[in-house]
Write a new protein. Sequence first.
Length: 384
Amino acid sequence: MDFRLSEEHEALRESVREFAREVVAPVIAKHYEAHSFPYEIVRQMGKMGLFGLPFPERYGGMGGDYLALCLALEELARVDSSVAITLEAAISLGAMPIYRFGTEEQRARWLPKLTSGEALAAFGLTEPGFGSDAGGATTRAVLDEAAGEWVINGTKAFITNSGTEITALITVAAVTGTTPDGGKEISSIIVPSGTPGLTVLPGYSKVGWCASDTHELVFEDVRVPAENLLGERGRGYAQFLRTLDEGRVAIAALAVGLAQGCVDESLAYARQRHAFGHPIGDFQAIKFKIADMEMRAHTARLAYYDAAARLVAGEDVKRAAAVTKLYASECAVANAREATQIHGGYGFMNETPVARMWRDAKILEIGEGTSEVQRMIISRALGL
């Protein structure tokens, strides 16, 4: 059991770390405060091949694996989570369902644009009336057999990457009928951006992730070809559960990046800030806070390394994904709180990185499955 990275993975980590420090860090605060999407950063990430990291070269990808994606997310989130979640959602929630469940025609049509970063895809699951209960979808799609089209009506909420100038499609979870036992038949359907009847409402005013793109979507008699069905009819629920399992590993990596970023900022501040004639890093209270922060980040990193390795090996990662997502997100919140405390009054000022980290951390305990849902999954895996 060797937790050291391969030369290729280590080179990727260093490359993304340099990019985050030299390209993202100098400009992201302005985007964050203006609630503007960082198109230039996204373009450069596309040129680096980050959007294609875990995809085969035949679709324009880099031929890497899921651990490679996680390493990139961690390094980006050490500097800014808005940029990291843009990449995470574009791959784990946007392009990956097309790759995992799409036909060869669907892959050929969409993946080259998505893996290059030329276009983004979104994942339409959550609705205003439900979130954790993924089977509670009310958006409906009816097959007009005469026209050979799906007709979609409903609303989706909190959808990342759904309203940018380069958003190409939204994969929508919709009720398409009734199962033999009387339950909802849920299917996944690809809806290209700009389809008549699809309305992208104004972006949310968010507490954090302020430089990422998040919208509510309204579908009013939206018509798409019948062949836009993604995978088998009635398998949408299972598809999205698998997508969420993989996404939780990626979110854990992002959370580790934020937690480590809090360590980085707190170390720098503890060395330069003086009190009572000494750097505050000389005081045991500060030393122990930072030591605990490093312990959390290190342990959470090992958890996502384990989950990512299992995912790459083709194992069922439902329990491991829940464990690492739960633990890493709670570590990120704890580290952000302590980093803010260490920075004192400056930690309450929006221009400091730790203030952004404090605002960004909380959503990690909510998005892609709340902490309560993760505990449900873990307890079920234990037979309870």
